[in-house]
Design a protein around this ligand. Structure first.
Ligand code: HEM
Length: 379
Protein backbone atom coordinates (compact mmCIF):
# COMPACT_ATOMS: atom_id res chain seq x y z
CA UNK A 1 0.00 0.00 0.00
CA UNK A 2 2.98 2.29 0.78
CA UNK A 3 3.85 3.05 -2.86
CA UNK A 4 0.16 3.76 -3.53
CA UNK A 5 0.35 7.06 -1.67
CA UNK A 6 -0.13 10.12 -3.85
CA UNK A 7 -0.28 13.74 -2.76
CA UNK A 8 -1.33 16.24 -5.45
CA UNK A 9 0.76 19.00 -3.83
CA UNK A 10 3.94 17.00 -4.53
CA UNK A 11 3.38 16.67 -8.30
CA UNK A 12 5.04 18.84 -10.95
CA UNK A 13 2.98 17.35 -13.78
CA UNK A 14 -0.14 15.82 -12.29
CA UNK A 15 -1.36 14.31 -15.58
CA UNK A 16 1.88 12.42 -16.27
CA UNK A 17 2.10 11.37 -12.65
CA UNK A 18 -1.46 10.00 -12.66
CA UNK A 19 -0.72 8.04 -15.87
CA UNK A 20 2.14 6.32 -14.07
CA UNK A 21 0.30 5.81 -10.79
CA UNK A 22 -2.78 4.24 -12.43
CA UNK A 23 -0.63 1.39 -13.79
CA UNK A 24 0.22 0.18 -10.30
CA UNK A 25 -2.63 1.49 -8.10
CA UNK A 26 -6.25 1.58 -9.23
CA UNK A 27 -7.08 3.30 -5.92
CA UNK A 28 -4.38 5.48 -4.35
CA UNK A 29 -4.30 6.85 -0.80
CA UNK A 30 -3.89 10.53 -0.07
CA UNK A 31 -4.11 12.83 2.89
CA UNK A 32 -5.82 15.45 0.76
CA UNK A 33 -8.04 13.26 -1.44
CA UNK A 34 -8.76 10.26 0.79
CA UNK A 35 -9.24 7.27 -1.52
CA UNK A 36 -8.26 8.52 -4.98
CA UNK A 37 -10.10 6.52 -7.65
CA UNK A 38 -8.09 6.31 -10.87
CA UNK A 39 -9.46 3.83 -13.38
CA UNK A 40 -12.31 4.51 -15.80
CA UNK A 41 -14.41 1.55 -14.63
CA UNK A 42 -13.99 2.36 -10.92
CA UNK A 43 -14.80 6.05 -11.45
CA UNK A 44 -17.96 5.01 -13.33
CA UNK A 45 -18.96 2.62 -10.51
CA UNK A 46 -18.57 5.40 -7.93
CA UNK A 47 -20.46 8.12 -9.81
CA UNK A 48 -23.28 5.77 -10.75
CA UNK A 49 -23.79 4.57 -7.14
CA UNK A 50 -24.96 7.70 -5.35
CA UNK A 51 -26.54 5.57 -2.60
CA UNK A 52 -23.11 4.47 -1.40
CA UNK A 53 -21.07 7.51 -2.49
CA UNK A 54 -22.69 10.70 -1.27
CA UNK A 55 -22.04 14.12 -2.76
CA UNK A 56 -22.59 15.74 0.63
CA UNK A 57 -18.81 15.57 1.08
CA UNK A 58 -18.00 19.12 2.19
CA UNK A 59 -19.00 21.24 5.16
CA UNK A 60 -20.48 24.12 3.10
CA UNK A 61 -23.81 24.35 1.35
CA UNK A 62 -23.23 23.58 -2.32
CA UNK A 63 -26.27 23.76 -4.61
CA UNK A 64 -26.79 21.24 -6.19
CA UNK A 65 -23.23 19.76 -6.32
CA UNK A 66 -23.07 18.87 -2.64
CA UNK A 67 -26.56 17.40 -2.41
CA UNK A 68 -28.05 13.91 -2.63
CA UNK A 69 -31.52 12.84 -3.76
CA UNK A 70 -34.27 13.82 -3.23
CA UNK A 71 -33.03 17.36 -2.37
CA UNK A 72 -30.55 17.29 -5.26
CA UNK A 73 -33.31 16.74 -7.85
CA UNK A 74 -35.35 19.70 -6.57
CA UNK A 75 -32.49 22.17 -7.05
CA UNK A 76 -31.23 20.55 -10.23
CA UNK A 77 -34.66 21.24 -11.75
CA UNK A 78 -34.27 24.93 -10.88
CA UNK A 79 -30.92 25.37 -12.63
CA UNK A 80 -31.30 23.19 -15.75
CA UNK A 81 -33.42 25.71 -17.73
CA UNK A 82 -30.55 28.23 -17.56
CA UNK A 83 -28.65 25.96 -19.95
CA UNK A 84 -31.53 25.16 -22.31
CA UNK A 85 -31.18 25.71 -26.06
CA UNK A 86 -33.45 28.79 -25.86
CA UNK A 87 -31.47 30.43 -23.06
CA UNK A 88 -28.20 29.75 -24.84
CA UNK A 89 -29.45 31.08 -28.18
CA UNK A 90 -30.10 34.40 -26.49
CA UNK A 91 -26.61 34.45 -24.97
CA UNK A 92 -24.78 33.42 -28.16
CA UNK A 93 -24.26 36.91 -29.71
CA UNK A 94 -22.74 38.20 -26.43
CA UNK A 95 -20.49 35.18 -26.32
CA UNK A 96 -19.42 35.79 -29.92
CA UNK A 97 -18.59 39.44 -29.19
CA UNK A 98 -16.47 38.57 -26.15
CA UNK A 99 -14.50 35.94 -28.10
CA UNK A 100 -14.02 38.40 -30.99
CA UNK A 101 -12.78 41.18 -28.67
CA UNK A 102 -10.31 39.01 -26.80
CA UNK A 103 -8.94 37.25 -29.88
CA UNK A 104 -8.82 40.60 -31.72
CA UNK A 105 -6.47 41.85 -28.99
CA UNK A 106 -3.83 39.23 -29.75
CA UNK A 107 -0.93 40.75 -31.70
CA UNK A 108 0.21 38.35 -34.47
CA UNK A 109 3.85 37.18 -34.38
CA UNK A 110 4.35 38.36 -30.82
CA UNK A 111 4.74 35.90 -27.95
CA UNK A 112 2.24 36.09 -25.08
CA UNK A 113 1.05 34.04 -22.14
CA UNK A 114 -2.21 32.39 -23.21
CA UNK A 115 -3.30 31.82 -19.60
CA UNK A 116 -2.90 35.44 -18.49
CA UNK A 117 -3.87 37.30 -21.64
CA UNK A 118 -6.53 35.13 -23.23
CA UNK A 119 -7.83 32.17 -21.22
CA UNK A 120 -8.54 33.89 -17.90
CA UNK A 121 -9.96 37.13 -19.39
CA UNK A 122 -12.22 35.12 -21.72
CA UNK A 123 -13.52 32.87 -18.93
CA UNK A 124 -14.08 35.82 -16.56
CA UNK A 125 -15.85 38.00 -19.11
CA UNK A 126 -18.03 35.22 -20.36
CA UNK A 127 -19.19 34.00 -16.92
CA UNK A 128 -19.86 37.59 -15.74
CA UNK A 129 -21.84 38.27 -18.93
CA UNK A 130 -23.80 35.02 -18.47
CA UNK A 131 -24.95 36.30 -15.06
CA UNK A 132 -25.59 39.87 -16.22
CA UNK A 133 -22.79 41.23 -14.01
CA UNK A 134 -21.05 44.47 -15.03
CA UNK A 135 -17.85 44.23 -17.04
CA UNK A 136 -16.10 46.22 -14.31
CA UNK A 137 -16.49 43.25 -11.98
CA UNK A 138 -14.26 40.99 -14.06
CA UNK A 139 -11.04 42.48 -12.63
CA UNK A 140 -12.27 42.18 -9.05
CA UNK A 141 -13.41 38.62 -9.67
CA UNK A 142 -10.11 37.76 -11.39
CA UNK A 143 -8.05 39.05 -8.45
CA UNK A 144 -10.32 37.23 -6.02
CA UNK A 145 -9.90 33.96 -7.92
CA UNK A 146 -6.09 34.27 -7.94
CA UNK A 147 -5.94 34.87 -4.20
CA UNK A 148 -8.48 32.15 -3.44
CA UNK A 149 -6.58 29.66 -5.61
CA UNK A 150 -3.35 30.45 -3.81
CA UNK A 151 -5.04 29.93 -0.45
CA UNK A 152 -6.33 26.52 -1.62
CA UNK A 153 -2.85 25.48 -2.77
CA UNK A 154 -1.37 26.64 0.57
CA UNK A 155 -4.24 25.10 2.55
CA UNK A 156 -4.47 28.49 4.29
CA UNK A 157 -7.76 28.27 6.15
CA UNK A 158 -7.78 31.82 7.52
CA UNK A 159 -7.38 33.35 4.05
CA UNK A 160 -9.94 30.93 2.62
CA UNK A 161 -12.47 32.09 5.20
CA UNK A 162 -11.68 35.74 4.42
CA UNK A 163 -12.05 35.07 0.68
CA UNK A 164 -15.36 33.28 1.21
CA UNK A 165 -16.67 36.33 3.11
CA UNK A 166 -15.44 38.70 0.39
CA UNK A 167 -17.12 36.63 -2.28
CA UNK A 168 -20.38 36.56 -0.37
CA UNK A 169 -20.25 40.36 -0.06
CA UNK A 170 -19.66 40.67 -3.81
CA UNK A 171 -22.70 38.53 -4.58
CA UNK A 172 -24.86 40.30 -1.98
CA UNK A 173 -24.09 43.56 -3.75
CA UNK A 174 -25.28 42.09 -7.07
CA UNK A 175 -28.46 40.82 -5.41
CA UNK A 176 -29.03 44.14 -3.63
CA UNK A 177 -28.85 46.31 -6.76
CA UNK A 178 -31.36 44.05 -8.50
CA UNK A 179 -33.79 43.94 -5.59
CA UNK A 180 -33.83 47.67 -5.00
CA UNK A 181 -34.37 48.67 -8.61
CA UNK A 182 -37.53 47.80 -10.56
CA UNK A 183 -35.83 48.97 -13.69
CA UNK A 184 -33.01 46.38 -13.61
CA UNK A 185 -32.94 44.57 -16.91
CA UNK A 186 -33.77 40.90 -16.80
CA UNK A 187 -30.68 38.71 -16.39
CA UNK A 188 -29.77 35.31 -14.96
CA UNK A 189 -29.00 36.74 -11.50
CA UNK A 190 -32.43 38.40 -11.29
CA UNK A 191 -33.98 35.22 -12.64
CA UNK A 192 -32.46 33.29 -9.71
CA UNK A 193 -33.82 35.82 -7.22
CA UNK A 194 -37.32 35.15 -8.60
CA UNK A 195 -37.06 31.33 -8.63
CA UNK A 196 -39.30 29.23 -6.42
CA UNK A 197 -38.66 25.76 -4.97
CA UNK A 198 -40.95 23.34 -3.17
CA UNK A 199 -39.12 21.77 -0.24
CA UNK A 200 -40.98 19.71 2.41
CA UNK A 201 -44.34 20.75 0.88
CA UNK A 202 -43.48 24.42 1.30
CA UNK A 203 -43.15 26.55 -1.84
CA UNK A 204 -40.73 29.42 -1.32
CA UNK A 205 -38.17 31.66 -2.99
CA UNK A 206 -34.55 30.46 -2.94
CA UNK A 207 -32.82 31.34 0.32
CA UNK A 208 -30.04 33.92 0.07
CA UNK A 209 -27.39 31.30 0.90
CA UNK A 210 -28.72 29.02 -1.85
CA UNK A 211 -28.42 31.80 -4.44
CA UNK A 212 -24.91 32.62 -3.20
CA UNK A 213 -23.93 28.97 -3.50
CA UNK A 214 -25.30 28.63 -7.05
CA UNK A 215 -23.55 31.82 -8.15
CA UNK A 216 -20.31 30.77 -6.45
CA UNK A 217 -20.35 27.54 -8.44
CA UNK A 218 -21.10 29.30 -11.74
CA UNK A 219 -18.27 31.77 -11.24
CA UNK A 220 -15.60 30.71 -8.73
CA UNK A 221 -16.06 27.09 -9.78
CA UNK A 222 -16.37 27.36 -13.51
CA UNK A 223 -14.13 30.28 -14.54
CA UNK A 224 -11.10 28.12 -13.69
CA UNK A 225 -12.38 25.15 -15.69
CA UNK A 226 -13.18 27.20 -18.78
CA UNK A 227 -9.82 29.01 -18.57
CA UNK A 228 -7.97 25.70 -18.22
CA UNK A 229 -9.86 24.36 -21.25
CA UNK A 230 -8.78 27.33 -23.39
CA UNK A 231 -5.13 26.79 -22.41
CA UNK A 232 -5.29 23.10 -23.29
CA UNK A 233 -6.88 23.89 -26.67
CA UNK A 234 -4.04 26.31 -27.59
CA UNK A 235 -1.47 23.73 -26.52
CA UNK A 236 -3.17 21.04 -28.59
CA UNK A 237 -3.28 23.23 -31.72
CA UNK A 238 0.44 24.00 -31.32
CA UNK A 239 1.18 20.27 -31.13
CA UNK A 240 -1.36 19.17 -33.77
CA UNK A 241 -1.52 21.72 -36.62
CA UNK A 242 -3.09 19.11 -38.94
CA UNK A 243 -6.12 18.79 -36.66
CA UNK A 244 -6.41 22.58 -36.35
CA UNK A 245 -6.46 22.69 -40.18
CA UNK A 246 -9.16 20.04 -40.39
CA UNK A 247 -11.30 22.01 -37.93
CA UNK A 248 -10.76 25.21 -39.87
CA UNK A 249 -11.87 23.44 -43.05
CA UNK A 250 -14.96 21.97 -41.36
CA UNK A 251 -13.68 18.41 -41.78
CA UNK A 252 -14.37 17.60 -38.13
CA UNK A 253 -17.30 18.14 -35.80
CA UNK A 254 -16.06 21.00 -33.62
CA UNK A 255 -17.91 20.01 -30.42
CA UNK A 256 -16.70 16.41 -30.63
CA UNK A 257 -13.16 17.55 -31.38
CA UNK A 258 -13.08 19.89 -28.35
CA UNK A 259 -14.50 17.17 -26.07
CA UNK A 260 -11.72 14.87 -27.27
CA UNK A 261 -8.97 17.49 -26.83
CA UNK A 262 -10.20 17.95 -23.26
CA UNK A 263 -10.36 14.21 -22.65
CA UNK A 264 -6.67 14.08 -23.54
CA UNK A 265 -5.83 17.20 -21.47
CA UNK A 266 -8.45 17.48 -18.70
CA UNK A 267 -9.44 20.96 -17.46
CA UNK A 268 -11.22 19.55 -14.38
CA UNK A 269 -9.10 17.19 -12.32
CA UNK A 270 -11.47 15.69 -9.77
CA UNK A 271 -14.63 15.76 -7.67
CA UNK A 272 -15.34 14.51 -4.18
CA UNK A 273 -17.65 11.96 -2.59
CA UNK A 274 -18.11 10.51 0.92
CA UNK A 275 -19.19 6.94 1.68
CA UNK A 276 -22.46 6.50 3.56
CA UNK A 277 -21.74 2.82 4.35
CA UNK A 278 -18.80 0.42 4.48
CA UNK A 279 -17.88 -0.61 0.95
CA UNK A 280 -14.94 -1.43 -1.32
CA UNK A 281 -13.58 -0.22 -4.63
CA UNK A 282 -11.51 -2.66 -6.68
CA UNK A 283 -10.69 -4.68 -3.56
CA UNK A 284 -9.77 -1.59 -1.51
CA UNK A 285 -11.90 -1.55 1.67
CA UNK A 286 -13.51 1.79 2.53
CA UNK A 287 -15.26 2.56 5.77
CA UNK A 288 -18.45 4.57 6.17
CA UNK A 289 -17.83 8.33 6.25
CA UNK A 290 -14.49 8.24 4.41
CA UNK A 291 -13.40 10.65 1.72
CA UNK A 292 -13.33 9.42 -1.88
CA UNK A 293 -12.10 11.47 -4.87
CA UNK A 294 -12.89 10.56 -8.46
CA UNK A 295 -10.07 11.67 -10.76
CA UNK A 296 -11.50 12.55 -14.16
CA UNK A 297 -7.96 13.45 -15.21
CA UNK A 298 -6.93 9.84 -14.71
CA UNK A 299 -10.08 7.95 -15.79
CA UNK A 300 -10.26 9.83 -19.09
CA UNK A 301 -6.74 8.67 -19.99
CA UNK A 302 -7.17 5.04 -18.98
CA UNK A 303 -5.53 3.01 -21.73
CA UNK A 304 -7.70 -0.04 -21.05
CA UNK A 305 -10.58 2.06 -22.46
CA UNK A 306 -8.94 4.58 -24.80
CA UNK A 307 -5.73 2.83 -25.91
CA UNK A 308 -3.00 5.45 -26.33
CA UNK A 309 -4.42 8.24 -24.12
CA UNK A 310 -2.88 10.95 -26.34
CA UNK A 311 -4.31 9.62 -29.61
CA UNK A 312 -6.97 12.00 -30.95
CA UNK A 313 -9.97 9.89 -31.90
CA UNK A 314 -13.27 11.65 -31.18
CA UNK A 315 -15.55 9.09 -32.86
CA UNK A 316 -14.04 6.14 -31.06
CA UNK A 317 -13.79 7.80 -27.63
CA UNK A 318 -16.94 9.89 -27.47
CA UNK A 319 -19.14 7.30 -25.73
CA UNK A 320 -16.66 6.77 -22.87
CA UNK A 321 -15.53 10.36 -22.45
CA UNK A 322 -16.17 11.48 -18.85
CA UNK A 323 -15.32 15.16 -19.47
CA UNK A 324 -18.71 16.35 -18.22
CA UNK A 325 -19.24 13.44 -15.79
CA UNK A 326 -22.04 10.92 -15.79
CA UNK A 327 -25.02 9.90 -13.64
CA UNK A 328 -27.27 12.25 -11.68
CA UNK A 329 -24.56 14.89 -11.20
CA UNK A 330 -23.58 15.02 -14.90
CA UNK A 331 -22.65 18.62 -15.75
CA UNK A 332 -25.81 20.68 -16.38
CA UNK A 333 -23.60 23.50 -17.70
CA UNK A 334 -22.16 21.34 -20.50
CA UNK A 335 -24.27 22.96 -23.27
CA UNK A 336 -23.06 26.41 -22.14
CA UNK A 337 -19.43 25.31 -21.86
CA UNK A 338 -19.59 23.64 -25.28
CA UNK A 339 -21.09 26.76 -26.86
CA UNK A 340 -18.48 29.06 -25.28
CA UNK A 341 -15.60 26.83 -26.37
CA UNK A 342 -17.01 26.25 -29.86
CA UNK A 343 -17.40 29.98 -30.49
CA UNK A 344 -13.94 30.65 -29.12
CA UNK A 345 -12.29 27.96 -31.27
CA UNK A 346 -14.08 29.03 -34.46
CA UNK A 347 -13.08 32.63 -33.91
CA UNK A 348 -9.48 31.65 -33.09
CA UNK A 349 -9.08 29.46 -36.18
CA UNK A 350 -10.53 32.18 -38.37
CA UNK A 351 -7.90 34.63 -37.11
CA UNK A 352 -4.81 32.43 -36.94
CA UNK A 353 -3.33 29.53 -38.89
CA UNK A 354 -0.22 28.86 -36.79
CA UNK A 355 0.36 28.30 -33.10
CA UNK A 356 3.94 28.04 -31.95
CA UNK A 357 5.11 27.13 -28.42
CA UNK A 358 7.82 29.61 -27.42
CA UNK A 359 8.78 28.15 -24.05
CA UNK A 360 8.30 24.90 -22.17
CA UNK A 361 4.77 25.21 -20.77
CA UNK A 362 4.29 24.96 -17.01
CA UNK A 363 1.36 22.87 -15.86
CA UNK A 364 -1.03 24.15 -13.20
CA UNK A 365 -1.02 22.61 -9.74
CA UNK A 366 -3.92 20.73 -8.22
CA UNK A 367 -6.81 21.47 -7.94
CA UNK A 368 -6.49 23.40 -11.23
CA UNK A 369 -6.15 21.71 -14.58
CA UNK A 370 -4.49 23.08 -17.71
CA UNK A 371 -1.45 25.34 -17.48
CA UNK A 372 0.03 27.93 -15.14
CA UNK A 373 2.02 29.49 -18.02
CA UNK A 374 1.75 28.82 -21.71
CA UNK A 375 3.80 31.12 -23.92
CA UNK A 376 2.90 30.97 -27.61
CA UNK A 377 3.17 32.98 -30.80
CA UNK A 378 0.32 32.97 -33.29
CA UNK A 379 0.24 34.04 -36.93
C1 HEM B 1 -15.20 22.79 -19.69
C2 HEM B 1 -16.04 23.16 -18.75
C3 HEM B 1 -16.70 22.24 -17.75
C4 HEM B 1 -16.36 20.96 -17.38
C5 HEM B 1 -15.19 20.10 -17.89
C6 HEM B 1 -17.33 20.54 -16.38
C7 HEM B 1 -17.33 19.27 -15.80
C8 HEM B 1 -18.24 18.86 -14.83
C9 HEM B 1 -18.25 17.55 -14.23
C10 HEM B 1 -17.28 16.42 -14.54
C11 HEM B 1 -19.28 17.52 -13.34
C12 HEM B 1 -19.71 16.34 -12.46
C13 HEM B 1 -19.26 16.54 -11.04
C14 HEM B 1 -19.55 15.37 -10.14
O1 HEM B 1 -19.99 14.31 -10.57
O2 HEM B 1 -19.28 15.53 -8.93
C15 HEM B 1 -19.90 18.83 -13.36
C16 HEM B 1 -20.96 19.21 -12.56
C17 HEM B 1 -21.49 20.48 -12.57
N1 HEM B 1 -21.20 21.51 -13.43
FE1 HEM B 1 -19.79 21.49 -14.89
N2 HEM B 1 -18.21 21.55 -16.15
C18 HEM B 1 -17.88 22.61 -16.98
C19 HEM B 1 -18.53 23.81 -17.09
C20 HEM B 1 -19.63 24.17 -16.35
C21 HEM B 1 -20.31 25.45 -16.46
C22 HEM B 1 -19.94 26.54 -17.44
C23 HEM B 1 -21.31 25.44 -15.53
C24 HEM B 1 -22.32 26.50 -15.18
C25 HEM B 1 -22.19 27.77 -15.41
C26 HEM B 1 -21.24 24.17 -14.82
C27 HEM B 1 -22.06 23.79 -13.78
C28 HEM B 1 -22.01 22.58 -13.13
C29 HEM B 1 -22.85 22.23 -11.99
C30 HEM B 1 -23.90 23.14 -11.33
C31 HEM B 1 -22.52 20.91 -11.63
C32 HEM B 1 -23.11 20.09 -10.50
C33 HEM B 1 -24.28 19.28 -11.01
C34 HEM B 1 -24.93 18.39 -9.99
O3 HEM B 1 -24.37 18.19 -8.90
O4 HEM B 1 -26.03 17.90 -10.28
N3 HEM B 1 -20.23 23.43 -15.36
N4 HEM B 1 -19.25 19.62 -14.28
Amino acid sequence: MKDCRWEPSEQQDQIASLDELRQKCPVAQSEMLGHAVLTHSDVCSVIEDHETFSNAAGSHLSVPNGMDPPEHGIFREVIEPYFSADSLREFEPTCQQIARDIIGNITPNTSFDVVRHVAKPFALHIQCAFLGWPKSLTDTLGEWLEANQQAIVNNDRATLKQKADEFEALIHEQLYVRRKSDATKDDNTLRLIREEVTVNDETRRLHEEEIVSILRNWTAGEVGTIAAAIGSIFYFFAQNPDIADKLRNNQLNVDDAIDEILRIDPPLISNRRRTVKDTEINGCPIKQGEKVTVLWASANRDKSVFGDPDAFNPDQNKANNLLYGRGIHVCPGAPLARMELRIFVQELLEHFTQFELIDIPIRANYPSGGFKNLIVKTS
